[in-house]
Design a protein around this ligand. Structure first.
Ligand SMILES: C[S@@+](CC[C@H](N)C(=O)[O-])C[C@H]1O[C@@H](n2cnc3c(N)ncnc32)[C@H](O)[C@@H]1O
Length: 407
């Protein structure tokens, strides 16, 4: 595609917001695209596509550009220019890799860029664009599987939706997307994967609550909790409610859901989404103190602990998080996960079930936490099963889920 200065400038602006102002990539792109109504679909696709690609391949592009630290506007221009040179090789696109003769690209030498690009490909952490510490921890925890998982985490994720069975069904939603527009996924009954990337949030069927956007791996978690209509379910780390809404759909408005979180704005968003989805049996509750869990002890037939984690299983969707994540955060969040398992589990009734879930590929946030919990609580709890989705093998995001039952 021919390069237009206005579009390259917009990409530069987006990258500055992400890397200098430390803002979240999806919000930056969304806001930027709103600012210029004259941009057409191709312009928008250029800005969003290039911004995400550069964020995903940031370390490799910097290496090819021979820039250690990118902070000044002219350095961001150089990065965007260098990406145009290596993109056809790296993503097998039909772009010609030629740069226009703009002063901003004056000191880019395409031959040198290509030599450094090839050199970068020989070192995994550069080729796969991850910070040293993430590469080291991935190898230490996943061993030989890390190579394939890491490569898969750098691929663009498909757009997957979950049909809301409170309001519609798979056949009807499939029809909305036209013949061959959406296909079913074996083993995930309410999921459809869309053939074409499109702005589905503007779709009438979405506004009417007929479906939600939710990765196929994520759609395995609520059913793992063995939900039937009539049960009382607590979703203790509900956030904006991706899985709460799935639980609601499985409950068919019979029984109850209590959705909790420590962040009020997420619960407000959940309430809005629940209204659109036709959920009638939801209550939300802000967690203000651990005393709450004593008051709710023994009240839940089912408890979902979709705990906060590194997010290292969902890098396909949030590539910027690998640059923002810090080792100290990982250590701190493991303590929070343990605290949640230890204290929140008391809300389950005898005979009731609990799922502990993460969107991390790391066993230290997942399998190891559950093993520790089971070791400390084997008299009160029975381990039933666990499942892990592999980004490389299953093509979903990387989730872990473990099912336990209170004796
Ligand atoms: C993985 S996200 C949940 C995603 C959500 N379940 C969904 O499917 O969309 C983890 C959530 O845990 C919340 N959280 C963090 N610390 C918490 C705590 N101590 N107790 C409960 N929730 C917490 C975060 O605000 C975040 O919304």
């Amino acid at each position: 595609m021919k390069l237009y200065k206005g579009l390259v400038a917009a990409t530069v602006e987006a990258l500055q917001h992400i890397f200098v102002k430390n803002r979240q990539a999806d919000r930056v792109v969304e806001q930027l695209l709103k600012t210029n109504k004259k941009w057409g679909a191709r312009d928008r696709a250029f800005i969003a596509g290039n911004t995400y690609e550069i964020v995903r391949w940031w370390r490799l592009v910097k290496f090819a550009a021979d820039i250690e630290k990118v902070s000044e506007p002219e350095e961001f221009w150089k990065i965007v220019g260098v990406w145009q040179i290596i993109k056809p090789l790296h993503l097998h696109t039909e772009d010609d890799g030629q740069l226009p003769e703009w002063p901003e690209f004056e000191d880019i030498n395409a031959e040198n860029v290509l030599v450094r690009y090839e050199e970068g490909l020989t070192v995994r952490k550069i080729a796969q664009s991850v910070p040293d510490w993430i590469d080291a921890i991935g190898e230490a925890e996943l061993g030989d599987d890390w190579d394939a998982e890491l490569a898969a985490l750098n691929q663009q994720a498909p757009v997957v939706i979950r049909v809301n069975t409170l309001k519609s069904n798979v056949a009807a939603v499939k029809e909305v997307f036209g013949e061959d527009g959406a296909t079913e996924i074996t083993g995930i009954p309410d999921a459809l994967v869309l053939k074409k990337r499109q702005n589905i949030l503007n779709h009438d069927a979405f506004k009417q609550g007929f479906f939600e956007v939710q990765d196929a791996g994520s759609q395995l978690i609520a059913p793992y909790l063995d939900i039937h209509p009539g049960l009382s379910v607590i979703d203790a780390c509900a956030g904006a409610g991706g899985k709460t809404l799935h639980i609601a759909s499985l409950l068919q408005n019979e029984g109850s859901i209590l959705a909790m979180d420590i962040e009020h704005h997420k619960l407000l968003e959940l309430e809005k989404r629940a209204g659109r989805n036709g959920v009638q049996n939801l209550q939300t509750m802000m967690i203000s103190s651990d005393k709450l869990f004593e008051a709710l002890a023994g009240t839940a037939d089912r408890l979902l602990l979709d705990v906060p984690c590194s997010g290292l299983g969902v890098l396909r969707r949030n590539p910027d998080s690998k640059w923002k994540l810090k080792p100290q955060f990982l250590e701190e969040i493991k303590k929070v996960q343990w605290h949640i398992l230890k204290h929140y589990s008391q809300m389950v009734k005898p005979g009731g079930k609990m799922v502990y879930a993460t969107c991390s590929v790391l066993p230290s946030e997942s399998e190891d936490q559950v093993k520790r919990f089971m070791k400390a609580n084997k008299r009160e709890w029975k381990f039933i099963s666990a499942h892990r989705t592999s980004v490389a093998k299953d093509g979903t995001d990387g989730f872990y889920m473990a099912l336990m039952q209170k004796k």
